[in-house]
Design a protein around this ligand. Structure first.
Ligand code: SF4
Length: 551
């Protein structure tokens, strides 16, 4: 499965797309050239032996702005840059001398020691920053190059890693936060994630992809691994004869050309998931469009080919066998954020808790490790919604654990607004940002909690700092895309283009972009208040926000 085919003839060559499988192996842009010049995974040795010893100014720009990403490291935004006014700047003018760093969790159940290590790295090297991302990573800021080898040493001592947390590579994988314990689980995908990770880690076959590659493996019927928007998703399903297994969904992604996954309608047993994953990632590597970065995600290939051809190529050229056909799951059976207290199949409980838009800190991570140890909790998983779930809480410990979570700023019974709002990194640290997001979302939540304290139906709000949609603009009830807008006096100010009525899970739809709905950042609280009031006044009984928008 690891052998990259030299050239294939089943598809008519499309000149200029840069597809390796069609013989176009010469790099067509500087990113492709950089990956060809040197396997990006080799940068680790230079970080350890040269850059961390000689300091920031010794870093080769091709590593700094390219290959570092393969170890989850980006330069963060230089201080004092206005949003939207950075287009004319050279890349180096955008770079701070500090780094953002992502640690993969890959659906792992994190134990007290791992949480304390994550916490100590934050307090020792990252000015106590830590965000839970919507790919269930931990993201630090303010990292200095001199500290990177020590951070890796500490992470690897407890089985954690930053390898391929960014870059044109297989990124951190999403699993079900309640894998192995939920009463209504179809199948536990954890062993498949472990096997995929084993085949991925350090493997040069998968370290030069056309672009990022996102994986989700969840056997929970709530579709809690966001399968609609991952490049490849294994989705729990029951076959009438063969029993529980996984359907295969491909090509989901958002950004400026959003595309919801194509459902291939197959049945894959647990022990074949890693083989199929290797087939799909190999198709992406070999047939993916490498000429333009803006067309390089798998979704463009899937869109051009369609699901039937994708499945056929997978079967005939990569797996060398047909996949078993089966009906795809229709939609989620329930909300998949897992917030609150829920009984497990073994009589223990899991508890989903919400920080504010994923923002936590080093002290909190350390305290969380201590809390779960004190109460004998099995561990913690991060979710695809910037939240976390404690697994294996004994019935007589539930109240104490919920109180302990509350003391450290994690609510197991949050307001709708805290529960259902996400925000990307935004202008505080992201070089591409146009507007502030985390603080803006924090203030919006506080305001909406006062204005709608007893909201009886979930309404999701996703706040994004630019069109890249890292916090999923198009799949929220109220999706906000950061951009400059005009205020009442005609001045360009921070604001948002609004998308309404999108969702994943219970409602799968891309939100409608309403051109007239542009709002200044300052006016956001009032805008959301107005929209929610109109919805509450007009809705029919039990009509969801998305259904109301779709009328
Ligand atoms: Fe940065 Fe834009 Fe992504 Fe937000 S959406 S993290 S601003 S690239």
């Amino acid at each position: 499965m690891n052998d990259a085919p030299a050239a294939r003839t089943t598809t008519r060559p499309r000149k200029g797309e840069g597809q390796w499988a069609l013989g176009y192996t010469e790099p067509l842009n500087k990113n492709e050239q950089s990956k060809k010049d040197d396997n990006p995974l080799n940068v680790r040795t230079r970080i350890e032996n040269i850059y961390s010893k000689r300091g920031f100014d010794s870093i080769d720009p091709a590593d700094l702005r390219g290959r570092f990403r393969w170890y989850g490291i980006y330069t963060q935004r230089a201080p004092g840059l206005d949003g939207g006014k950075t287009g004319a700047l050279e890349e180096e003018q955008l770079d701070d001398r500090y780094f953002m760093m992502r640690v993969r969790s890959d659906g792992r159940l994190l134990n007290p020691e791992q949480l304390r290590v994550l916490g100590a790295i934050s307090t020792d090297f990252a000015r106590s920053t830590a965000d839970i991302t919507d790919r269930s990573n931990i993201q630090y800021h303010w990292i200095e190059i001199e500290d990177v080898p020590t951070i890796w040493e500490r992470l690897e001592a407890v089985g954690l890693s930053t390898e391929e947390a960014c870059g044109d590579s297989p990124r951190g994988m999403l699993g079900s936060p309640v894998a192995g314990v939920a009463k209504d689980e179809i199948i536990d995908g954890t062993p498949a994630i472990a096997e995929i990770n084993k085949r991925r880690a350090g493997n040069p076959e998968y370290s030069n992809l056309p672009r990022k590659f996102k994986t989700s493996v969840s056997g929970h019927p709530s579709l809690d691994g966001a399968p609609e928007i991952n490049d490849v998703s294994f989705v729990g399903v029951v076959h009438p004869e063969h029993g529980p297994g996984f359907d295969l969904w491909v090509g989901g992604a958002l950004s400026t050309n959003p595309f919801l996954s194509e459902r291939l309608g197959v049945w894959i047993p647990l022990d074949e998931v890693a083989d199929v994953w290797e087939g799909v990632i190999s198709i992406f590597r070999d047939y993916g469009y490498r000429r333009l970065r803006s067309r390089a995600r798998l979704k463009f290939l899937v869109k051009d080919w369609g699901g039937d051809k994708f499945r056929e190529v997978l079967e005939t050229e990569y797996l060398k066998r047909p996949l078993i056909r089966n009906a795809s799951p229709e939609k989620a059976t329930r909300n998949g954020d897992h917030i609150g207290v829920h009984e497990q199949k073994d009589g223990n409980f899991y508890i989903g808790a919400a920080p504010v838009v994923g923002r936590i800190n080093g002290e909190l991570l350390t305290s969380l490790g201590d809390l779960i140890e004190e109460h004998g909790v099995a561990g913690v998983r991060f979710t695809a919604y910037q939240k976390l779930v404690l697994i294996g809480v004994a019935p007589d410990k539930v109240n104490a654990v919920v109180e302990g979570l509350d003391r450290i700023g994690l609510q197991a019974n949050p307001s709708n607004w805290r529960r259902s709002t996400m925000a990307c990194t935004g202008i505080e640290f992201c070089k591409l940002a146009i507007v502030d997001t985390k603080q803006r979302a924090h203030d919006l939540i506080a305001s909406l909690e006062q204005r709608f304290p007893e909201l009886d139906t979930p309404i999701t709000v996703n706040v994004n700092g630019c069109p890249n949609s890292c916090a999923r603009t198009q799949v929220a009830d109220i999706g906000l895309k950061g951009q400059l807008v005009l205020d009442d006096d005609g001045n360009q100010v921070e604001g948002f283009q609004v998308h309404l009525g999108g969702g994943i899970g219970l409602t799968t739809a891309l939100g409608r972009k309403l051109r007239a709905h542009k709002v200044t950042s300052k006016g956001l609280d009032d805008y959301v208040t107005n929209v929610v009031n109109v919805y509450l006044a007009q809705r029919n009984q039990d009509e969801s926000f998305a259904a109301w928008v779709a009328r």
